[in-house]
Structure formats: structure tokens, C-alpha cells
Design a binder for this molecule. Structure first.
Ligand SMILES: [Zn+2]
Length: 225
């Protein structure tokens, strides 16, 4: 087995737009925060059954964590692992709580003109691969998004990213799947890091080998008393 990095596909996720890739089980996708400031929303679907989707609620039960660390898997609504976080060069600040932005969100923020949004980007990106999603999904994994739980334990604070230019995470496919990404167009709520909150490009690499293979945490069960 070679440890050489083999990249079979790479592309820019243009600022405010989405891109999706199809992964075979065992392949991985690397998400690069080129400028260090960009939040990237992420969804995944079973390629054999597009109704089965990566589910943040089930993932939090599986990992007993608000946000993943290396070795943690992401779980579908049928509680099968679909992706595993195998590498993270960023400070490890991501979010699994906040809904993806959509058209209505921008209306509520006072926009009177249509505003690009992650939820439409998800559908556009999957359409580019010829896949029509049977339903929407606001519950995204928000890579590099900085949502802090406050000391009272119940209040959330929305803050800019703390990522550095070139930081990346690597997600390994645990089944044949589609993974969709959106370089979040949010430019009203201050979530993009350092500066004027302007959305920027991110970058994807699909790897067939050469990425880390950490021990997988597995499903949480309570310790016996
Ligand atoms: Zn968004």
C-alpha cells in the first residue's frame, strides 16, 4: 500500500456557489479554506438511496459531541456512518447546530432582492451531477463555522471563523455517496472571518489514497455503572 497522495478530481467552490462530488466508499474529499475566512456548508447522501441523508441530530447522539473531532463519523437518518473526519488542520471549530441559510432567511434579515443562499446552492450543485433531491435539508454540517455555547450552557453566540488560510479538513466516505458543499453567501450576519464578511472561494480535492486513516471512534454507548 502506497502512502502517496492521489488526487483524482479538484475544483474551486466559487464564493456564494455550491459544488458536489460523488465519492466511492474509501475515497475522501478535502475541503480547503483558501483564504481562511470562509464558512462551507456540507451535506451528504447515500448514492444507492438518495432519500438517506447525513443527519446532524443522529450524528450528535453517535459522537456525544456538539462538533466532530478527528475519528468521529457522521451518521445518516438511518444511523449508518456515511463520512468520517480523518484529518483537520484547522483549529477544529465547526458547527452542527445552525440551519443552512435559505431564501426566507435573507427575507427575515431585511433583503428585498433575492439573495444567493446555501439551500439553493445544495440543489444547484446536485443538479449539476444530474441528481434531483427528493426534499430539502436545512441541517448542514457547517465546516469552519464558529458558534460558541455560552457559559450559561444554553445560549449560542454566532462569531466569525477562526480558520487560517490553507487550513483544511478531510472527510472519508464510509459508503458510496454524494457530498455537496456551499461557500456560504452570508454577508449580513458576521460569520466569515477577518475583515469585511465578504464570501470567498474555497477548494475541493477528491483523494483516492494518501490521507490519514485514524482510529474510528464508533457509536457511543453509556459506560456500565
Ligand atoms: Zn449559508
Amino acid at each position: 500500500m502506497s502512502n502517496e497522495i492521489v488526487c483524482r478530481q479538484e475544483m474551486t467552490i466559487p464564493a456564494r456557489y455550491g459544488k458536489a462530488v460523488r465519492l466511492a466508499k474509501g475515497e475522501a474529499v478535502q475541503v480547503v479554506n483558501v483564504h481562511g475566512t470562509q464558512v462551507v456548508d456540507c451535506w451528504a447522501y447515500n448514492a444507492a438511496d438518495i432519500n438517506e441523508y447525513m443527519c446532524m441530530e443522529a450524528t450528535r447522539v453517535w459522537n456525544q459531541r456538539l462538533n466532530p473531532v478527528v475519528g468521529d463519523s457522521f451518521i445518516t437518518d438511518q444511523r449508518h456512518p456515511i463520512l468520517t473526519l480523518v484529518e483537520d488542520t484547522s483549529p477544529g471549530v465547526h458547527d452542527s447546530f445552525m440551519a443552512a441559510c435559505d431564501a426566507r432567511r435573507y427575507e427575515l434579515l431585511g433583503c428585498t432582492e433575492p439573495h444567493r443562499n446555501c439551500h439553493d446552492n445544495l440543489h444547484e450543485a446536485m443538479q449539476e451531477l444530474g441528481v434531483t433531491l427528493p426534499h430539502g435539508n436545512l441541517a448542514s454540517l457547517n465546516i469552519f463555522m464558529n458558534i460558541q455555547v455560552q457559559p450559561d450552557g444554553i445560549t449560542l453566540n454566532t462569531l466569525p471563523t477562526v480558520t487560517r488560510p490553507g487550513d483544511y479538513i478531510t472527510l472519508r466516505a464510509e459508503m458510496d455517496c454524494y457530498v455537496a458543499f456551499s461557500a456560504c453567501p452570508q454577508d449580513i450576519v458576521s460569520i466569515q472571518g477577518q475583515g469585511d464578511n465578504t464570501p470567498k472561494d474555497a477548494y475541493l480535492r477528491v483523494l483516492t489514497s494518501g490521507f490519514p486513516q485514524p482510529e474510528v471512534t464508533g457509536a457511543w454507548v453509556p459506560n456500565p455503572a
